[in-house]
Ligand binder design. Structure first.
Ligand code: NAD
Length: 459
């Protein structure tokens, strides 16, 4: 019988390995990123099978997020890592004459990465890329709800990496709670805002830095100048990818009253175009992760008018693409993150009113705006706080590694992707190097003149 280390032994072994300095060199990080790339590329079929078994994801959807973007992020990191690792020289003010200033990116050390079930590979491996690029060790904890993906992640990572460098721990709330008793140097959590509070509380016992990638209700605003058919197509795609179980999916649509009917009809037509008029029989339509979530989604349909969809197949755990109208802010569907293929449509008469209403809610992770009006675009960007957004598009901002990805307030703190992942897993250690060739006596001075000069310098 193999003996598994306890969580404390695992963390201790990672700390020893990190402190040996093995993870820090450019050569080591590059080699591990290349290994991770091969792991994903060589096991593409197994990954696609696992996400199909967990969520009925089609090959296209599975590849798009749980394989393709991961490979793209690794390639991007490999291309830029050497430059990211270089200490960055910054300007030094005249007050520090004779000295130079630099920022060194210091790996945090032992990281805990906790992932959700909706994109099980993407949301486990993308942060891991940042941890490796940053020169850290990591323990990853996939979601227990995506059973097949969690099992495969465990097999792949355990075979490819020694556990004192990268380990995969499986389990749910109980195991995560036990893991959180350990001391980490950084915790990276992706999941709901409510569990995010538990993570932050646990991290506070050691003052461990945390990155929180959370959720919320993402508005999509469609104004009267918008290209309605295109807006409907891009919203339908962004909403129905993964059957709406996407943290940055448009949660609800806020449409100008004058175009509401046209938009609603176009949205229905685009949903039919994407998954046919019999979506529950469509082999490419993603299912809901479990019965509990399906029941929760069904309950959200009770109050408003179901304009389109609403059918359920409990056997297949599927809910048809659904559009709700006559929705008010008091309805249950507007009280929680939907995280499913239900699209409530609300109407507004003035943009100011819509902005004020959105600002009364928690700061969203994502916001989308469909408009042809530049002033509207400027006003929305200026006035509404949100984590990440798209103008005349949905979801695509996630796929640009040059944009930081993350929420704000209750939708998260910290960001990652591309260089931001590297920064997320490293501390900017700032160092001033002073000359010993001379020593300006000014700072030691006690005279009025010295004080006057100092006053001038610090104006
Ligand atoms: P969740 O919060 O239920 O679970 C996430 C992780 O936390 C899992 O690994 C789970 O095992 C663990 N967990 C569950 N209960 C716990 C507890 N009591 N103590 C400690 N850990 C616990 O989230 P989920 O249902 O897996 O994912 C859906 C949520 O995640 C949505 O709110 C969505 O918006 C959000 N999300 C955010 C992002 C993002 O990048 N910002 C991405 C995907 C999902």
């Amino acid at each position: 019988m193999p003996t598994y280390p306890t969580y404390s032994e695992l963390v201790a072994s990672q700390r020893t390995f990190f402190q040996s300095g093995s993870t820090r060199s450019y050569a080591f990080r590059k080699q591990q990123l290349e290994k991770l790339y091969r792991l994903v590329a060589d096991n593409e079929q197994l990954i696609l099978k696992a996400v199909h078994e967990d969520l009925n994801k089609s090959e296209l959807e599975g590849f798009f997020a749980d394989v393709g973007y991961i490979k793209y992020e690794i390639t991007h990191a490999l291309k830029h890592l050497k430059r990211w690792m270089k200490p960055q020289r910054v300007r030094t003010p005249l007050t520090h004459f004779g000295s130079s200033s630099s920022i060194y990116r210091e790996p945090y050390g032992v990281n805990l990465i906790i992932a959700p079930w909706n994109y099980p590979f993407l949301l486990t491996i993308t942060p891991l890329i940042g941890a490796i690029a940053g020169g850290n060790t990591a323990i990853v904890k996939p979601s227990e709800l995506a059973v097949h993906s969690s099992d495969l992640l465990h097999k792949l990572l355990s075979n490819a990496f020694p556990s004192e460098y990268i380990a995969c721990v499986e389990g749910g709330a109980e195991e995560t709670t036990a893991l959180l008793q350990e001391r980490f140097d950084h915790i990276f959590y992706t999941g709901s805002s409510s569990i995010g509070k538990i993570i932050m509380t646990a991290a506070s016992q050691y003052l461990t830095p945390v990155t929180l990638e959370l959720g919320g209700k993402n508005p999509a605003i469609v104004d009267e100048s918008a290209n309605i058919p295109l807006a409907a197509r891009r919203i339908a795609w962004g909403k129905l990818l993964n059957a709406g179980q996407t943290c940055i999916a448009p949660d609800y649509i806020y449409v100008h009253r004058s175009v509401e009917q046209r938009f609603r009809e176009s949205l229905r037509d685009e949903m039919i175009q994407l998954y046919s008029s019999q979506p529950l029989d469509n082999p490419d339509y993603t299912c809901i992760i479990n019965d509990r979530h399906l029941s929760r989604l069904q309950r959200l349909l009770a109050e408003p008018t179901v304009y389109y969809g609403g059918e359920v197949d409990r056997q297949k755990r599927m809910l048809a693409p659904t559009i709700l109208t006559n929705v008010t802010w008091d309805h249950a569907v507007m009280q929680e993150e939907i995280f499913g293929p239900i699209t409530p449509i609300l109407t507004y008469d003035s943009l100011d009113e819509a902005i004020a209403q959105i600002k009364k809610q928690e700061k969203p992770l994502a916001l989308y705006l469909f408009t042809e009006n530049k002033q509207v675009k400027q006003q929305v960007i200026r006035e509404i706080p949100f984590g990440t957004g798209g103008i005349n598009d949905t979801l695509f901002q996630f796929l640009n590694p040059n944009l930081p990805f993350g929420g704000v307030g209750s939708s998260g703190s910290g960001s990652y992707h591309g260089v931001y992942s590297f920064q997320c897993f490293t501390h900017p250690k700032s160092v001033l190097s002073q000359t010993t060739k001379f020593d300006l006596p000014l700072r030691y001075g006690r005279s009025k003149t010295a004080l006057q000069i100092i006053r001038q310098l610090f104006k």
